[in-house]
Design a binder for this molecule. Structure first.
Ligand code: CA
Length: 139
């Protein structure tokens, strides 16, 4: 017979379980476009009877949570790159958790008029071969 001692965390005197932060999925946005961050959709308090009381965001990866008490944020980024964005949630037991996603900021896709201008220069014997260009988007 082998006897084991098991220590179960969560007894009297131990900290209540921390909440669970969920900042969403990694995102891809264009420079200066609205980036919607939703922190209260799937984040949750775990401890019995606890609720989430605070949502803070670090929007540039510098460790400083510049947006406080905001479950949902609309922001934008003015340079390209991969930006770590961290959500910190705090529950009514003052326990906190963080979750970081990566926001990839890209240049906007080439606007249609620029492409049209290039195509419009296709000529043969001085005659413009392209008479008309129709664009549709999003359909
Ligand atoms: Ca920051």
């Amino acid at each position: 017979v082998v006897l084991y001692d098991l220590a179960i965390d969560g007894g009297p005197g131990s900290s209540p379980p921390r909440p669970w932060a969920f900042a969403g999925l990694n995102k891809r946005v264009e420079v200066n476009a609205d980036c919607h961050l939703i922190g209260d959709l799937l984040s949750q308090a775990v401890a019995e009877g606890a609720r989430l009381t605070k949502f803070d965001w670090d929007l540039d990866g510098d460790g400083i949570f510049e947006t406080q008490d905001a479950p949902q944020v609309v922001t934008n980024f003015n340079t390209t790159g991969v930006i770590p964005v961290t959500l910190r949630v705090t529950d009514s037991n003052s326990q906190a958790d963080t979750h970081t996603i990566q926001v990839t900021v890209v240049q906007p896709t080439a606007p249609a008029p620029r492409i049209a201008a290039r195509l419009g220069r296709i000529t043969q014997n001085g005659v413009n071969l392209i008479e008309k260009i129709n664009w549709s988007a999003g359909g």
